[in-house]
Design a binder for this molecule. Structure first.
Ligand SMILES: Cc1ncc(COP(=O)(O)O)c(C=O)c1O
Length: 387
């Protein structure tokens, strides 16, 4: 097999965990979400999007779970991510969407990865590598229908189709596009892009370039019922979050928890944390929790976010620091050192039950749930649960 340099992500392993801060990944929830996605896909093939280390959940473990549960294939952004899944023993088809192959087309073929192509350079280099290896290579041709990020623009289509016709080593398995506004309140932009995709599809057919199937739908498009194209490409929904209102019930997969490391009492008027941005208005009990922005807890949650202790919400007091955060636990009766603190997910405790969802954290932090999940950093060990 040709050599490819893969930068292997080094993650904290459960065995390394001294600190009580960890991400628990519920594999049963992943299977449930696949079931819901399959139902929404109504017979279309499902490619699970596992880029960015499976949205921060650990791509190899999620891929193994989904593969055993019968998913049709995977999509990743980077060649390295595809190689990592193959090295983990994943046999299902893997689509590499990011389009950056450098000089590593041999590695693409050697690892049986399916590259997304959208320019003549890709097509010519891949055809050479396929000829050299004596194989036929499958590709997905990406068309830009309005996202203006990657994909063949209308004006470039004739040249790209010429290159494909001149490359008998390549088989276009699918046409694909990506939707910019599938989760917008109105369907107008999504429908316009899908209409452009239809027109571009006709041009590809008329040029005599064959393909077996097509795909466009991310989670939002799938869950709001985009037209059936043959294949869907959801990511977020598999991790239990819906980017649109309504739709099937999904089960959040990741729970991030830590513990109270120490407690202290502040007199009214005393301040806490960097910049002294929190000042006690009353006699206050502060809990220090060993999770900070280097773990993925956004600094913009300073004095805004909440965490769960004993089943009840405790506000973040002061500025989130790199490795720690303080909570105001004055109103959490009985709060003690080593009490569990939930940053993301549900908690049942003596004072009740509550849940903090990634969507809630995203809104508070001025971002999106995708960023909340993918920001949980590699120093937070992932513990996989099979309840
Ligand atoms: C090209 C492409 N397809 C599919 C997806 C999956 O999107 P989502 O996580 O919204 O389902 C992404 C993720 O951003 C993507 O970039």
């Amino acid at each position: 097999m040709p050599a490819v340099r893969v930068s292997r992500p080094r993650r904290a392993a459960p065995a390394d965990a001294v600190r009580p801060t960890r991400a628990e990944v519920n594999l049963e929830a992943v299977r449930k979400n696949l079931h819901a996605v399959r139902k929404a896909a109504a017979g279309q093939r499902v490619l699970g999007v596992l880029k960015a280390d499976g949205y921060g959940h650990g791509a190899p473990a999620i891929a193994r779970t989904l593969e055993r549960a019968g998913i049709d294939g995977f999509a990743v952004a980077l060649l390295e991510e595809g190689v990592e899944l193959r090295d983990a023993g994943i046999k299902a088809p893997i689509l590499v969407m990011g389009g950056l192959y450098g000089d590593a087309f041999e590695a693409v073929l050697g690892h049986d990865l399916i590259p997304v192509v959208y320019d003549r350079g890709h097509i010519e280099a891949l055809a050479r590598a396929a000829r050299h290896a004596g194989v036929r290579a499958r590709v997905h041709l990406k068309l830009d229908t309005g996202m203006a990020r990657l994909g063949v623009r209308d004006g470039e289509l004739p040249g790209v189709l010429d290159a494909l016709r001149a490359a008998p080593e390549l088989e276009v398995e699918a046409l694909m596009t990506h939707l910019a506004c599938a989760d917008a309140p109105s369907r107008e932009s999504m429908d316009e892009q899908l209409a452009r995709f239809e027109r571009a599809t006709t041009r590809v057919r008329e040029a005599g370039v064959q393909f077996a199937t097509r795909h466009a739908a991310n989670s939002a498009a799938l869950l709001r019922g985009a037209p059936t194209l043959g294949v869907v490409r959801p990511g977020l929904a598999l991790f239990g979050l819906s980017p649109v209102d309504g739709g099937p019930a999904l089960s959040p997969v990741m729970r991030v928890r830590s513990e109270i490391a120490c407690l202290r009492g502040l007199a009214a008027g005393e301040s806490a944390g960097y910049g002294s941005t929190f000042t006690a208005r009353r006699p206050t009990v502060l809990a220090t929790v060993p999770v900070g922005y280097a773990d993925g807890l956004s600094r913009s949650l300073s004095n805004r976010g909440e965490m769960l202790v004993r089943g009840r919400r405790a506000p973040i007091a002061g500025t989130v620091s790199m490795d720690m955060v303080m909570l105001d636990v004055t109103d959490i009766a009985g709060a003690r050192v080593r009490d569990e603190v939930v940053v993301l997910g549900a908690q049942q405790g003596p004072l009740g039950r509550d849940e903090i969802r990634a969507t809630e954290l995203a809104e508070l932090a001025g971002t999106i749930p995708w960023e909340i999940l993918t920001s949980i950093s590699r120093r937070v060990p992932r513990f996989y649960r099979e309840p």
